[in-house]
Design a protein around this ligand. Structure first.
Ligand SMILES: [Zn+2]
Length: 84
């Protein structure tokens, strides 16, 4: 009985591995730069992969898209800023 249970768990684990449950998310690494604050005197805007980003100190990800998916300019629509 116990062996069957262990087998079931093992099979489940293999299924999850196949689906990539345990794979490190490459996404995190790709957006790591967004958590880094610019050095003093450095530009507060930059273009990465054709997309404009601005530095917003109110965000945990301090680099945010200049214009969001709804076409709003971040500086005008920053929720984090109005909250603080
Ligand atoms: Zn913001």
């Amino acid at each position: 009985m116990k062996a069957q249970l262990l087998l079931a768990i093992k099979q489940q684990t293999i299924r999850m591995q196949k689906k990539g449950f345990f794979r490190q998310q490459p996404r995190d690494k790709r957006f790591e730069w967004r958590n880094k604050h610019p050095q003093q005197g450095a530009a507060h805007s930059k273009t990465v992969q054709g997309k404009e980003y601005i530095y917003c100190p109110h965000h945990r990800n301090c680099w945010v898209p200049k214009i969001n998916n709804e076409g709003q300019i971040h500086a005008d629509s920053c929720e984090a800023r109005s909250r603080s």
